[in-house]
Design a protein around this ligand. Structure first.
Ligand SMILES: [Zn+2]
Length: 103
């Protein structure tokens, strides 16, 4: 009830959301800037604002053959999807073995 932050949000909710979006961009840039320092990407160390739209190790092109999404570039399933399918099979097999043990 007595918190000043909530009162500000109640006064102008659109402004608070705008600030949140700006903060998200700044946080993203900070994180990626750390990586750029680590791996010495001089382009981004000189111009950190470039990191607002993509990550440090990406080139920024959506259909890039090296760093793009394999689903988009090669029409392959992603590693996560393959993993998910495998775990599904594993659970089915386990249930079968459990039944065989109980009967
Ligand atoms: Zn690329």
């Amino acid at each position: 009830m007595g918190q000043t932050l909530n009162e500000d949000e109640e006064l102008d909710p659109t402004k608070a959301k705008h600030q949140q979006r700006l903060q998200q961009k700044e946080n993203h840039i900070k994180k990626q800037y750390k990586l750029a320092k680590m791996y010495k990407y001089e382009k981004y160390l000189k111009q950190p604002h470039r990191l607002a739209k993509h990550n440090t190790a990406d080139c920024g092109k959506a259909d890039c053959m090296l760093c793009g999404n394999p689903r988009r570039t090669h029409k392959m399933k992603t590693v996560q999807e393959l993993k998910f399918e495998q775990t599904g099979q594993w659970i089915e097999d386990e249930s079968k073995t459990d039944k065989s043990l109980t009967t």
